[in-house]
Design a protein around this ligand. Structure first.
Ligand code: PEP
Ligand code: MG
Length: 890
């Protein structure tokens, strides 16, 4: 039979190899502290193997365990010099369950095991404190009865109040007689009402507490939590017992929490707090009961134990663990004991501070610092967050589509948003879903809320690009356009009412909520430098406006991986010229309209090339179906007809002709380029002319990368590339300049994956469009996914939204296949990803393994991607082994 009981005391601990599994977190932790020669109360842990043995033995605690427990108590008596049931200095125990993780539903602790009608008086005499001894006895009976007999704690409260009434004492009994009378009533209640007698033998008390603690592992609540955490029942529960510390005994006693570092500054300096634990505040002599441990003058003076020793202890623990730690400790009559330790809990900013500081101190290396920061936690530092309070009124919930929190007045249309902003009112744009013509409204708003759509819907993609908080698919809300009202369950809000959205949690909250603004400190920049030194993959950005490109560069983007040119046509006069082009009845009309668009495109590209001087810029040819640009409301249709000097009916007819059942799978991407090659020609001309102009301005030759979307056949790419090459030759001849350029394609359709080897013959680069690829591989519309994917996740059918985190087994497998095929044909081909998953840390780890050259993501996710790419590279270098090698929960 494996060993049942493991002893610990300062400087000595029996520690099995699988300590957390055998002894549970508390037991393993106490054993660690003891082995580091830190002051812990002496005690022992009953291992999980004893739990298993007890289960197979049946109802009663097995004799073998009882006998081991007797031996353990004898040892403890020898170590402490106290006796269980002793006539002088009785040994009392604190008994606690110890599971391998935090687990609701299992028994808590029972303190003062060993007190009985006799030892309570022995203790009172020893400490010359009747109240302390009886107070402890009362607490013991209450917790013993609750755990072992299943007694209702409120019954004891009633007895206590009734006895107070009868005997006429105040807050608690004041004489031994009164205390005895109270205890007698407690026992009479147990005897009479519950029908069970409180055992007077300390060993029997201990057996009962251990038995009941063991049984709590099978409580329904614990069982459901085990299931959630994937812990089998057979893992079992350990139980820890140690000598009681009298931390509430007198003014030299108390309980505290100490940290090895000052979290805000990251410095190696004791901090934390200590509560003087005397039962009554008046005993403290007017001093405040809370002591600040960081206060080296008055705090240290008031601390009733050796504060230098405490400092040394946490320092030793930190050195052992290799990270900031916090300990819970107790002081009993001036004597200090560590009770428990863990990695210090910290905010994202504090985590970075501490990691950077520890590198400076030479305690950890840069790689370790990088691995310690959760990339997703950087979001908190890059965007405003909500100041949480209990009185938030949540109106509804949707998908967390773009991080950050925003507060503003409701505007139901982009036009109203613009007008309200002009009046100086901050706005949240609330739409059922957004369309390209809403973009200017999104730009001026603080944040965007949509009733429909998922995390790659139009609203989500645009909001992430421009760094605006966004919640999509808040389907419990309804917009009534006619009354300009927003309906939430039990509430109606009007235009101008204030709401707050949290794009990190998906919550929609009534009213204005205080926001915490981000501040990027020097430590953040230092951590990013560490990351840049460690990573292999490049990080580019998805950007098309100068604002996006500038902010992405500031966040460390190494070029543009995706410039969606259609986004450049949505605003102001551009959309008019675009509409003219689309509504033209023949090629000549289209060319005329395109001639107006050419200078606009060229100047946009020049600006982007200048901002990204020296870095690669990938420009994608027009991708979306043309009807997206067309007027929708009657007013817009009338206005378009007037500008074009045609009848309104003609406009309507053309709109109807462009209508498609499923535009996402319709006339878009390279299909448009093939139907209307003149669009490609004009876009290519704009790119080459801009490359020459920007190169002349900045002195850095621009090497544009032209990307063809939605290719599934090699011949599609051949067709488009031929036009691009022709225009390149023309522009170079006209300008007498040479431009080096690349033509590549998006890989975003399953057929392109299968034919990646032949497509690579004509492509200088591939960029995986994992938004469309996920959509087409799953056959799930990215715009409608929000309606049911949340149910899938709730039901555990999928773990994560595949539009946010790459589906490694399906879509990922296909990406890996295309990588392998492409490199076989063209080993030097550049491979990147520009779908939303390019900014997701878990997906980035997969892209590292797959060997992509870069990821491209929205500007605000660039720092996250830099850190995630560094972590993936470090882990790959360490042979796939997970980080935090040196650091385990202490
Ligand atoms: C993609 O499909 O992954 C992509 C980046 O293109 P878009 O989102 O513009 O369709
Ligand atoms: Mg796409």
């Amino acid at each position: 039979m494996p060993k049942r009981i493991f002893h610990f005391r300062r400087g000595e601990a029996e520690r099995p190899a699988d300590a957390a599994e055998a002894l549970g977190l508390k037991g393993a932790n106490l054993a660690l502290l003891a082995s580091l020669d830190l002051p812990v109360p002496p005690g022992f842990t009953i291992a999980t193997s004893a739990w298993r043995e007890a289960q197979s033995a049946g109802a009663d605690l097995p004799q073998a365990l009882r006998s081991d427990l007797r031996g353990a108590i004898e040892d403890l008596e020898n170590v402490t010099g106290r006796r269980f049931d002793g006539d002088r200095q009785p040994l009392l125990l604190a008994v606690r369950t110890s599971a391998r993780s935090q687990m609701p539903g299992i028994a808590g602790s029972v303190l003062d095991v060993g007190l009985n009608d006799r030892t309570v008086d022995v203790l009172a005499a020893e400490l010359s404190d009747v109240s302390f001894a009886y107070r402890s006895y009362r607490r013991f009976i209450e917790s013993f009865a609750a755990l072992v007999f299943g007694a209702d704690p409120s019954e004891f409260e009633e007895i206590f109040d009734a006895e107070r009434e009868r005997a006429g004492w105040g807050e608690e009994p004041s004489s031994t007689e009164d205390w005895r009378a109270l205890i007698a009533r407690y026992q009479a209640y147990l005897d009479g009402e519950i029908g069970l007698v409180l055992p007077q033998t300390p060993l029997e008390q201990l057996y009962s507490v251990v038995e009941a603690s063991f049984a709590s592992w099978r409580s329904p609540l614990a069982a459901s939590h085990r299931l959630l955490q994937g812990i089998p029942e057979n893992a079992g529960l350990a139980v820890t017992a140690h000598a009681m510390i009298f931390n509430e005994r007198n003014v030299k006693s108390g309980t505290g929490r100490a940290l090895s570092r000052h979290l805000q500054s990251g410095e190696s300096r004791l901090s934390g707090e200590f509560w003087l634990g005397s039962h009554r505040n008046q005993e403290i002599g007017g001093r405040p009961p809370l002591i600040d441990l960081a206060d080296r003058t008055s705090g240290a003076a008031a601390f009733p134990a050796d504060i230098d020793a405490l400092t040394q202890h946490v320092r030793r623990l930190e050195a052992h663990v290799g990270d900031a730690v916090e300990v819970e400790f107790m002081v009993g009559d001036g004597q200090l004991f560590l009770m428990q330790s863990r990695l210090a809990r910290r905010t994202s900013a504090e985590a970075i501070r501490i990691a950077v500081e520890m590198v400076k101190e030479g305690l950890i290396d840069e790689a370790e610092a990088i691995l310690r920061i959760d990339p997703a936690s950087l979001d908190e530092l890059l965007h405003p967050t909500i100041e949480r309070s209990s009185d938030l009124v949540v109106l509804g919930r949707g998908m967390p589509a773009s991080p950050g929190a925003a507060t503003g007045e409701i505007a139901f249309t982009a036009e109203r948003a613009q007008e309200m902003v002009n009046e100086g009112r901050p706005v949240i744009l609330v739409r059922t879903e957004t369309y390209p013509e809403d973009i200017h409204g999104m730009h001026v708003s603080e944040g965007v809320l949509t009733i429909r759509g998922g995390t790659t819907s139009h609203a989500a993609v645009v909001a992430r690009g421009i760094g605006k908080p966004c919640v999509t698919g808040a389907s419990s809300l309804r917009i009534h356009a006619d009354t300009r009202t927003l309906h939430a369950p039990g509430r109606v809000l009007r235009e101008g009412d204030r709401i707050t959205i949290d794009g990190a949690s998906g919550e929609v909250i009534e009213g204005a909520v205080a926001l915490l603004r981000p501040s990027l400190t020097g430590d953040f920049a230092t951590l990013m430098e560490f990351a840049d030194r460690a990573r292999r993959m490049r990080v580019r950005t998805n950007a098309e406006t100068p604002i996006e490109a500038r902010s992405a560069r500031a966040f460390g983007a190494e070029g543009i991986g995706l410039c969606r040119t259609e986004h450049m046509f949505f605003e102001g006069d551009r959309i008019r010229a675009m509409r003219e082009m689309i509504l033209a009845s023949d090629e000549a009309g289209r060319r005329e309209a395109l001639a107006k668009l050419l200078p606009i495109q060229r100047s946009d590209f020049i600006e982007l090339f200048e901002i990204m001087a020296g870095l690669p810029v990938t420009i994608r040819l027009l991708d979306p179906p043309l009807h997206e640009f067309l007027p929708k409301s009657s007013a817009e249709i009338d206005e378009t007809a007037a500008t074009l000097h045609v009848d309104e009916a003609v406009v309507r007819q053309r709109i109807a002709a462009l209508d498609e059942f499923n535009p996402m799978l319709g006339h878009r991407g390279c299909r448009l380029a093939i139907s209307y090659p003149e669009i490609v020609e004009v876009q290519a001309r704009a790119i080459f002319e801009a490359a020459i102009d920007a190169g002349e301005k900045t002195g850095d030759a621009v090497v544009p990368e032209i990307m063809v979307p939605l290719v599934s056949l090699r011949r599609e790419l051949d067709f488009v590339k031929e036009r691009i090459d022709r225009i390149a030759a023309q522009v170079m001849a006209e300008r007498g300049r040479t431009v080096t350029y690349q033509v590549g394609t998006m890989i975003e359709l399953p057929r392109a994956i299968v034919r990646a080897d032949t497509i690579a013959e004509v492509a200088d680069f591939f960029s995986f469009g994992t938004n469309d690829l996920t959509q087409t591989v799953y056959g799930i519309s990215r715009d409608d996914a929000g309606n049911f994917l949340s149910t899938y996740m709730r039901e555990g059918i999928i773990e994560r939204d595949p539009f946010q985190t790459i589906d490694v087994e399906g879509v990922g497998e296909l990406v890996a296949m295309a990588v392998e095929k492409a490199r076989r044909t063209r080993p030097e081909i550049t491979l990147g990803v520009c779908g939303e998953q390019g900014g997701d840390p878990a997906s980035i780890a997969f892209f590292e393994q797959t060997g992509l050259d870069y990821v491209s993501c929205s500007p605000f996710r660039v720092p996250i991607a830099r850190l995630a790419a560094a972590q993936s590279a470090i882990r790959a270098q360490r042979g796939g082994q997970r980080g935090r090698a040196r650091r385990q929960e202490p």
